[in-house]
Design a protein around this ligand. Sequence first.
Ligand code: MF3
Ligand code: CO
Length: 250
Amino acid sequence: MIKIKSHSEIENMKAAGTIVAETFELLKEAVKPGVTTLELDEIAAKFIKKSGAVASFKNYNGYPKSICTSVNSQVVHGIPNRNTVLKAGDIISIDIGACYKGYHGDSAKTFGVGKISDEAQRLIDVTRQSFYEGIKAAGSGNRVGDISASVQRYAEENGYSVVRALVGHGVGSELHESPEVPNFGTAGRGVRLVSGMTIAVEPMINQGSYHVNTLSDGWTVVTADGKLSAHYEHSILISDNGCELLTVCR
Ligand code: MF3
Ligand code: CO
C-alpha cells in the first residue's frame, strides 16, 4: 500500500529532512584524513539526538550504529567502527536517517577525503547528477519507471553501472515503504506517481560491474570486482508540478 501524506505529515517529514541535511553539514567538515568512521557516527548520533529526533537506522533490523559509512569499494550499509581510519584519496558514502515526530528523512552522499583522483571525483559527480536526471522525471502523472530509466541512462552513458540488488523506496512513518524505486528500468512502466507520495531516490553507481556481495558482518555491501562505488539519495515529495527535496537545509 502506498501512503499519500497529509499536509501535517509532510511538515514532519520536512523537519526530519532538515535534521538529516544539517547532520550532513557537520559531517562534511569532519570528513578528513585521520578521522575514524566511528567518530563520524558519534558526531551524527549526538546531533540527531540534540535535534529532538531519533537515528532511523539504529536497531533497524538489528543494525548496530546510527549512520552507514561505506568506504571505496563498499557500496552501502558499511558499519562505522574504530578501525576504519579515513586517508587522503578515499571516498566515503555516508547514509543518514532521522525520525522526527514519527516521520523519517533518508539521504546519502559520497565525499572525497583530502585530494582524490579525477576518476573518483567523476564517479561522485556522475552519481549525484544521475539522481537529478532521475528526479526530472519525478512529477505527478509520470511513473516510477520514468525515474529509473533516466537514472540508468545517465549513469550508463557515462560508462558506469547501476547497482540492481538494492533500490530506492517509499519513505514516511516507516523508513521503507512501498513502492520500490529501482535505479534501472523502462520508462512508462511501474507505479503511477501521485501528489503527496514521498519516496527516497538513491542511485548506487559502480565504476565497474553492477554485481555486489554482502560481507560476513551481514550488512556491508561491496562491489564484486573491488572497484569504487558512490551513492546519492534524497527523500522527495511528489507534487503537481514536479517534486520537492525534503532532506535539505531550510
Ligand atoms: N538509507 C538506507 C536505505 O535507504 C537505510 C540503511 S539500512 C539500515 O535503505 F539498516 F542500515 F538502516
Ligand atoms: Co534509503
